[in-house]
Design a protein around this ligand. Structure first.
Ligand SMILES: Nc1ncnc2c1ncn2[C@@H]1O[C@H](COP(=O)(O)OP(=O)(O)OP(=O)(O)O)[C@@H](O)[C@H]1O
Ligand SMILES: [Mg+2]
Length: 366
């Protein structure tokens, strides 16, 4: 069963410490052509919450399925709690996976769905009942135990699927876009619930999403993948504040960063459009400038801009401005009820918050 060490929780009960996970030069090929997972290395600490993000087809689900034992590794090593598990089948890995479609049994009620498989794994009737009751309480499903999946909301179904994962008390939790079938409001609620669950029942967790708000708000560390490889691993703030590449910079953050090519010399940064910006970076040569929406402010001087579109969000407003120097650029602004599309203004970039990338390699330059 659980080979990891146990530690007492506040109620005095032994709670298993989640397992560590190591991926070493992990490769998965489905056939000829580029590998789906192309040599990734990752170290996940016990009880850490790691989020995998990246564009469609970059290998997120494949990575999870390799860890779960649902796919065979082409090359490399997977170790759970320090032990290589490549040769172990899915059942023996003691890992629970929650998918996007909840895969509940329609003819079984909530309690039966949560407890499914527990008896087969050797739990006594009493143990199974207790585990199900505890999971239901954590997930606030106690009142719904006798309902069938057909009579549940999307969020409730998702909680039942999580309940089934929790009762197994797995060494690892794997989530593959568990919230992507839910509407925006429910996603927010469930996001909070999954975080609360992780705080209450700490377990090493790998969570796949392409919703970057989920990634930023849930992760201890974010792993950004691109074409089967890891582009960057870091805390959400590291990824946001110091993206290692133009790819990461463009993928993380909404609205997206604005990019413009130019040349850095002793006089500063001159964009190809002619705009000159003072810049203290040591680097010389061609660069790609990246500006996030909060790195631009409205002022009396700077580049001429015309307001194209407004997205008032209440506490702040996102405004899309058209400029000669940067093209279309998103700016994060305080709410201004007098602004209308068509308005003109000047935009001033805060160059202390600018990001610079090598236009050829896409790597960050300092
Ligand atoms: N069973 C399979 N057989 C062949 N190719 C596959 C298989 N599963 C995935 N692939 C390919 O492997 C690559 C990675 O797929 P994967 O499902 O891991 O991507 P993903 O990052 O999860 O994408 P998405 O965000 O769309 O879910 C893709 O090119 C995909 O077409
Ligand atoms: Mg996927």
């Amino acid at each position: 069963m659980n080979m990891t060490t146990a530690r007492p929780d506040p109620s005095g009960q032994a709670v298993p410490l989640g397992a560590t996970l190591q991926l070493r030069d992990l490769v998965k090929r489905y056939g000829p052509g580029p590998a789906a997972v192309d040599g990734i290395n990752l170290d996940v600490a016990a009880n850490e919450f790691v989020v995998l993000v990246g564009p469609s087809g970059c290998g997120k689900s494949t990575t999870l399925r390799l860890i779960a034992g649902l796919e065979e590794v082409t090359d490399g090593v997977i170790a759970i709690a320090g032990d290589q598990v490549n040769h172990l089948g899915a059942a023996a890995r003691d890992v629970a996976m929650v998918f996007q479609n909840y895969a509940l049994y329609p003819h079984m009620n909530v309690a039966q769905n949560i407890g499914f498989g527990l008896r087969r794994r050797g739990a006594s009737r009493a143990e199974a009942k207790k585990a199900v009751a505890e999971a239901a309480e954590i997930l606030e499903l106690t009142e719904l135990m006798h309902r069938l999946p057909g009579d549940l909301s999307g969020g409730q179904k998702q909680r039942v699927a999580m309940g089934r994962a929790i009762v197994r008390n797995p060494r690892l939790f794997l989530f593959d876009e568990p919230l992507s079938n839910l509407d925006a409001r429910l996603r927010l609620t469930m996001r909070t619930e999954i975080k609360r669950l992780h705080a209450r029942v700490p377990t090493t967790t790998i969570y796949v999403t392409h919703d970057q708000t989920e990634a930023m708000t849930m992760a201890d560390r974010v792993v950004v993948m691109n074409a089967g490889k890891i582009e960057q691993i870091g805390t959400p703030m590291e990824i946001y504040d110091a993206p290692v590449s133009r790819f990461v910079a463009g993928f993380v953050g909404a609205p997206a960063m604005t990019f413009a090519d130019g040349m850095l010399d002793d006089q500063g940064l001159t964009l190809n459009t002619g705009l000159h910006l003072s810049c203290t970076a040591q680097h010389r040569g061609p660069v790609t400038l990246g500006l996030r929406p909060e790195a631009l402010t409205l002022g009396d001087s700077g580049m001429a801009a015309k307001l194209d579109m407004l997205e008032p969000l209440g506490a702040e407003t996102l405004a899309l401005w058209q400029t000669e120097a940067l093209g279309a650029v998103w700016v994060r602004m305080p709410p201004d009820p007098t602004l209308r599309p068509g308005a003109t203004a000047h935009l001033q970039p805060d160059m202390t918050r600018a990001h610079l990338f090598d236009p050829v390699t896409g790597r960050r330059v300092t």
